[in-house]
Design a protein around this ligand. Structure first.
Ligand SMILES: [Zn+2]
Ligand SMILES: [Zn+2]
Ligand SMILES: [Zn+2]
Ligand SMILES: [Zn+2]
Length: 381
């Protein structure tokens, strides 16, 4: 990829979800991981939050092939701590990254993958080589004692699956929805426009189903808060205003920061010792699509081995580095994202419907934060 590219969240119909399976090398959010290397999957203990030890949820994966033969196929996988009370800020402990890569000729996918016929069969899949948890899609060494047909990563997911519907499905095979993963969607990648868009229609994307953004906030209200913003955040806001729907930025030399707390030093690759370089960042706008009160960040900056090495085994998942940056201060971070639905439901929950906002409400990014809730309720009083 050349130049700066942006990722947009795109809803995918159930009938099209097969396009997010491993053999299509997807860019995707939520659901279960579409593992690239189908062997040597990350171990459960390596998918735990380094702050609170919760099992991290699969957040997203980005297909990012290199020019080298060894990285002909390459995907970066992110996992995020789902524990809402794990509130550490500006940290490298809550988001976990793994890099997986394969040469063009490999034991899993056909050499000429472009010519592969579109079909809904999800083979090859990591489940051909591993027992995978029915709930999260990670390695699942336990199995249901009754039917012995489904596997689990641990007791917690076995219990959850039983409640979600396996209790019935265990006896008579039937469909039920797995509510554990984050909502599944695709990330469409497009070049960043040079100048600010005048109209959304020009982007050529279907914005109908997209969430509202800061463009929806009346200028007078933006003004009110803009005064307090610091330089870093102003820069951030101005840059993303070119494309307010972006959920991912790819191809820059360094991240577009939202605050001042940057990592003191990026640890080198744990396999080969080469320095790690910045690859992409996840934007706060993605939070709007995930509808999960537990997730919260300003931005997630992903750094990977500059040599994109194979480590000791090319089939391994190589741990990489993510820095979560948060806003310096709720009062100064301004209005980066509006989320009318969530704002209004929260405001309604407080029993105070905003007057004079024309049915629109806006909200600070950390809308799920108690401080912010207090602040919103104060503001609309
Ligand atoms: Zn945690
Ligand atoms: Zn599981
Ligand atoms: Zn069973
Ligand atoms: Zn390395």
């Amino acid at each position: 990829m050349a130049g700066i590219e942006l990722g947009y969240y795109v809803k995918v119909d159930d009938s099209e979800l097969y396009t997010l399976k491993s053999k299509y090398f997807p860019n995707k959010v939520g659901g279960k991981p579409a593992w690239l290397s189908l062997k040597n999957l990350p171990k459960q203990d390596d998918l735990r939050c380094k702050e609170c030890n919760s099992l991290c949820k699969f957040l997203l994966q980005i297909y990012s092939p290199t020019k080298e033969e060894s990285g002909y196929h390459r995907s970066i996988f992110l996992f995020y701590c789902p524990n809402g009370s794990c509130s550490i800020k500006n940290t490298d402990k809550k988001c976990i990254a793994f890099r997986s890569q394969l040469p063009k000729s490999n034991e899993f996918y056909s050499y000429d993958s472009d010519s592969e016929n579109e079909d809904t069969c999800d083979k090859p899949s990591a489940s051909d080589y591993n027992k995978l948890c029915n709930v999260c899609g990670y390695i699942g060494p336990l199995h249901c004692g009754a039917c012995k047909k489904v596997f689990y990563c641990g007791k917690a997911h076995q219990t959850l699956d039983w409640k979600q519907g396996h209790k019935k499905a265990c006896k008579i095979s039937q469909y039920y929805k797995n509510e554990y993963p984050l909502p599944e969607g695709e990330i469409a990648i497009e070049p960043e426009p040079v100048e600010k868009k005048v109209e959304d229609q020009e982007s050529g994307l279907n914005t109908e189903n997209m969430e509202p953004t800061m463009q929806d906030v009346p200028a007078s209200q933006l003004e009110q808060f803009a005064q307090q913003e610091d330089v870093v955040f102003s820069k951030f806001k101005e840059r993303i205003s070119r494309e307010p729907h972006q959920v991912l930025r790819y191809g820059e030399e360094k991240p577009l920061w939202v605050g001042k707390e940057v990592p003191a030093n990026i640890p080198p690759c744990s396999s080969c010792g080469a320095p790690r370089t910045f690859l992409f960042q996840v934007m706060p706008q993605l939070l709007n699509h995930l509808h999960s009160e537990e997730l919260d960040w300003g931005t997630l900056a992903v750094y990977i081995c500059s040599k994109s090495c194979d480590g000791t085994d090319p089939l391994d998942y190589h741990p990489e580095y993510v820095w979560q940056q948060d806003y310096d201060d709720l009062r100064t971070m301004g209005i980066a994202v509006t989320h009318i639905i969530q704002a209004i439901s929260r405001v309604n929950a407080l029993g105070r419907v905003p007057q004079g906002l024309g049915g629109k409400a806006f909200i600070y990014l950390n809308y799920n934060d108690f401080e912010t809730t207090k602040w919103i309720s104060k503001m609309i009083e």
